[in-house]
Design a protein around this ligand. Structure first.
Ligand code: ARG
Ligand code: ZN
Length: 855
């Protein structure tokens, strides 16, 4: 059954106040919910409360036992006659230890925690459970004092005490009205890293990061990121924190990255815990970015929430844009932009081009959990970024100020946001709203025309938004392109950059006078999330890779040159191998100044991205040709790579931009050298592995070894396993590097690793480490005999009864069948069919598999 955006109706009953009473235990928890309800429509209407897996044990209205209720499926319908207000109390009983879905109240490592977004609250108690019903919460928690010494919920702890039989209790109150998806509680044996932050108006906020004993020494980076985020949101958006307490709890079993519950963020441990011995530089950046993301939700999400789940991008797109901007400010803006675009191209472009394509504001869904996608999050962020680009920083800030001011305390829509930016920033966004409703990645074709006689140059641009499921015909959208034309012969300073906004199917931009046809830098900084088709020779791309003054555009030019060469090679054509080698050599000259940028720029495009350029993806040829080019670059610049490695690594404890960049470049150098198959590579990698003083170097060396079949490989994997077998986050890396391997037996290895005693389906991180890495390994997943497809389908079938949300997230790779040859496509569809034939399939998996099959 699909739910449609157009069917939205305001709630009939409001719930201004809620009192929750929890008697907590791992296996048996009883909950009493007292909902103060108020009717918001004239005519009497029963109160409909959603439940999921719940049976009411008792219902009371205004303190009296009430019998006028019935169940309608899993909903509780309470008949309140012609009352306009009442207090409705319901008793329920739940078993957190049996909750393997990790939605609602569940147990993880003997502690109790919650995840309510999007519709988990109804697994705790009966409730309207929709984001436009906002309530003030009072929460009483009682539990065994020895096993659950720490009791946390949203807001402030206003009272606590000892109970009977070794129990204790705490009373929490959150003064800010919030939707049920932001409710949270945690009970367990936890230790805290405490700190404080003084807000811009001088209020002192107590900060706490709660983890299991022994992990507290690994919370320093998260704490610093939190304080930096709080200061940044004040400085950049004028947003101040609004409670006296801000708590974060890290849990090992978590479906997603983290959750922004009011005053009590709950995190996947992988986005909190970091120290140099166990976390890579990329892990450190992940912690910083996710801590910021969840903190920023306090305004973009909590103070202003979503009216309904179709508006999810209102909070997620904007918050991703905010966390991206924050990370850019904390580190290198150019490198951050490259990483963000790489992720968009790896995760969102394929989504937009496949059977699951949807606009950032979807029109319908069967299961909302399936719409926490790269489209809603990352394309959503690009759409906010385009508005910011068109407005400029000052006017964009006026727009967001107006948005926060106008809608504070409300459940708002994407339309509300756009109107606030229009009014505050003074933009006309009438046509721009199409970005919210049209799916598919626009393609822009570019061509430069130069009239030798007059010297006049023009840029011709056409745009086309491709058809997507349910949207066969599209109309042109506003596409803001930052462009700059370079005169290669000029010695004087070049004319500046301009912002061109395409509105029509065709646009002609006058570029001015040039002696020779200018070199065009287009979509600088990736100002619009589009695909540019622009035929340029190796000479032109090489020149831009060396001379463009926008670092992102330099990166793009080199990537395009590599891509052209690889695509040519795959179809048996020569390409520009020497030009690529020259451009890499030229780029490496800048490595002293900015090693992080250089490391990103000289990296070859991923196998998947090469595949995205082809009509029919040939995974084996792509792997072969990419390795061949890597080998050629590795051999031609061998002395460079060797000297980068000989210089030694910056100490792992130093996390400066430069040190991180240096380590990243060493990883790239090792990979290039490894592609040459020089005899000393395994021992070189093993030395780096053994001497590494931190995880970045250690993991890079291990990943390189994992591709081969040297004795050093087996030895290093064994050492790594023995050393980290008790650290789940690091053990994930051990599974992951093996599933990433380019060895021909990787699918078999994954199947064997699934039988390893340390593998478990109950931990989403472990599932992603093994199977997520396999789907990211294009040649392995698409192995010609279909074993990769079978492995993923087997996983989905085994996991769905336990954790449908995580199972459903493994399906999209099987849905890309249209892009592969007939034999592979048939096997992929057969696996989707096999999944759909399982009895008792979840709504999550049913939606993803059936839509993927349709194509
Ligand atoms: N709002 C969270 C975030 O953006 C994501 C939570 C989604 N959880 C879920 N079960 N779908 O960080
Ligand atoms: Zn979010």
């Amino acid at each position: 059954v699909s739910i449609h955006r157009g069917d939205y109706r305001p709630p009939e009953w409001r719930v201004p106040d809620i009192a929750l009473d929890f008697r907590l235990d791992l296996a048996e928890t009883s909950v009493t919910a007292a909902l103060a309800v108020e009717r918001d429509i004239e005519t009497p209407s029963p109160l409909v409360l959603h439940g999921d897996g719940l049976t009411p044990e008792a219902v009371r209205v205004d303190g009296e036992v009430w019998n006028d209720w019935r169940m309608d499926g899993s909903d509780l319908i309470v008949d309140l006659g012609d009352r306009t207000a009442a207090t409705v109390e319901v008793d329920t009983r739940i078993d957190p230890s049996a909750n393997t879905q990790l939605m609602g109240l569940y147990a993880s490592n003997n502690m109790l925690c919650t995840q309510c977004e999007a519709e988990g609250f109804r697994r705790i108690t009966f409730h309207p459970d929709r984001p436009d019903v906002l309530s003030r919460y009072k929460v009483r928690m009682e539990a065994d004092k020895t096993r659950f010494p720490i009791l946390l919920s949203n807001g402030n702890c206003i009272d606590k005490g000892a109970g009977e039989g070794g129990k204790h209790w705490a009373l929490w109150e959150d003064p800010w009205p919030k939707p049920s998806y932001l409710f949270a509680l945690v009970a367990g044996d936890l230790v805290v890293n405490r700190d404080e932050f003084v807000t811009m108006s001088g209020r002192k906020v107590e900060l706490g990061i709660w983890v299991r004993a022994g992990d507290e020494s690994r919370t320093g980076h998260a704490m610093q990121a939190l304080k930096n985020s709080m200061a940044w949101d004040e400085r950049v958006y004028g947003r101040e924190y609004d409670l006296d307490l801000f708590n974060i709890v890290a849990v090992s079993d978590f479906n997603m990255g983290a959750m922004e519950n009011k005053g009590l963020n709950i995190f996947n441990t992988r986005y909190i815990l970091a120290d140099p011995d166990t976390a890579t530089d990329a892990d450190y950046d992940g912690v910083e970015g996710v801590v910021a993301h969840e903190y920023f939700h306090n305004w973009s999400g909590n103070r202003i929430t979503c009216r309904d789940w179709f508006q999810l991008s209102l909070k997620e797109g904007f918050t991703v844009y905010r966390d991206q901007s924050f990370s850019a400010d904390m580190g290198s803006p150019a490198v951050k932009r490259i990483e963000d675009v790489r992720l968009l191209r790896a995760a969102q472009f394929p989504e937009d081009a496949g059977p699951l394509a949807h606009p950032i504001r979807p029109d319908s869904y069967q299961e909302i959990s399936n719409f926490y996608t790269a489209t809603v999050y990352n394309k959503g962020a690009e759409i906010i970024r385009m508005m910011a680009t068109m407005a400029g920083p000052e006017r964009f800030r006026k727009g967001t100020d107006l948005y926060f001011d106008r809608h504070d305390g409300e459940a708002a829509t994407c339309e509300d946001f756009v109107r606030a930016i229009e009014d505050g920033a003074g933009l006309d966004l009438k046509q721009f709203r199409l970005w919210y409703s049209q799916a598919g990645t626009p393609r822009v074709t570019a061509r430069v025309e130069h009239d030798a006689a007059s010297g006049a140059a023009q840029l011709h641009l056409t745009q086309n938004v491709p058809p997507t499921p349910g949207q066969p015909v599209k109309v042109p959208m506003p596409i803001p392109l930052r462009i700059k034309a370079f005169d290669r012969s000029a010695t004087a300073t070049q004319a500046g950059e301009q912002l061109v906004v395409l509105h029509d199917a065709e646009t002609v931009v006058p570029l001015g006078q040039f002696a020779a046809s200018p070199q065009l830098s287009l979509n600088r900084g990736f100002s619009a999330p589009v695909i540019i088709d622009f035929e340029r020779g190796a000479d032109e791309l090489g020149w831009l890779a060396a001379h463009d003054d926008d670092p992102f555009a330099r990166y793009e030019a080199l990537q395009q040159l590599m891509l052209d060469t690889l695509v040519a090679a795959v179809s048996g054509k020569p390409g520009h191998r020497q030009a690529v080698i020259d451009a890499v050599a030229e780029t490496l000259r800048g490595r002293e100044a900015d090693p992080a940028f250089v490391a990103e720029a000289v990296l070859l495009p991923s196998e998947a991205f090469i595949g995205d350029q082809m009509l029919t993806v040939d995974p084996d040829a792509i792997r072969r040709e990419r390795l061949a080019l890597q080998d050629a670059i590795g051999a031609a610049l061998e002395s460079e790579w060797r000297s980068i490695l000989a210089e030694g690594a910056p100490p792992a404890s130093i996390l400066s931009r430069k040190a991180k960049g240096g380590r990243r470049l060493r990883g790239v150098a090792l990979a290039y050298l490894a592609a040459t198959d020089r005899a000393d590579v395994p021992s070189l990698a093993f030395t780096i592995f053994s001497e590494a003083d931190g995880m970045t170097e250690r993991q890079a060396a291990l990943a390189t070894l994992a591709h081969g079949d040297s004795d050093e490989r087996a030895h290093a994997l064994d050492i790594f396993y023995q050393r980290y077998r008790d650290n789940p986050l690091v053990l994930d890396k051990w599974f992951q590097v093996q599933a990433w391997s380019m060895r021909p037996d990787t699918v078999d290895a994954v199947r064997a690793l699934a039988q390893h005693p340390d593998f478990t389906l109950t931990n989403p991180n472990r599932v992603r480490a093994l199977y997520g890495a396999l789907t990211g390994n294009q040649a392995a997943f698409h192995q010609a005999d279909g074993a990769g497809y079978r492995t993923i389908a087997d996983l989905v079938i085994a996991l769905d009864p336990k954790n449908p949300q995580t199972a459903a997230r493994m399906i999209p790779p099987l849905g890309r069948w249209k892009r592969f040859d007939e034999a592979r496509a048939a096997m992929m569809k057969a696996e989707l069919d096999r999944i759909l034939a399982q009895p008792g399939l979840s709504r999550d998996v049913t939606e993803q598999a059936s839509k993927s099959l349709l194509g």
